[in-house]
Write a protein that binds this ligand. Sequence first.
Ligand code: SF4
Length: 169
Amino acid sequence: MPPKILISACLLGRPVRYDGKGKPLHDPILERWKSEDCLVGYCPEQAGGLPTPRPPAEIEGGMNGDDVLAGRARVLEVTGGDVTAEFISGGKRAVAFAEEQGCRFALLIDGSPSCGSGFIYDGSFSGTRHPGFGVTAALMRRAGIEVFSPRQIEDLVTSLAENAGKSGS
Ligand code: SF4
């Protein structure tokens, strides 16, 4: 049986994003994993108690998920609301869920202050990206879960194959 992969629920097309929409990833590899029933969808922001739709949020000051976990930065909505606690709570729930499901790998959408793993936005709500990662991505890495973005899907395939080789499955 292929290993389970935790995936951002919006990548499966579920309408969980701040704007009430999904962002489905159309990729033949993903379609194969769906048919093999090895994808487990999860939305950390909803799990943290945030409503949908909700105001967009970014990590302040060009910082990243580790800075939020260390108390050096907050996650702020464009309206000024502080949603740091919800983001941390949702990220912790996502890690607990991944562990319950036996997921050692995660495919998370990039750009999100929760799920982003390669880039996020800088907190100015001006569309400015910077290399960095979100709160859930930081928590997953700390828990030993390997995080990949959609543009790294081939790398994820390689890691799954290497993992299967190590486990002899
Ligand atoms: Fe998608 Fe993650 Fe944002 Fe939920 S928290 S909407 S799964 S990017």
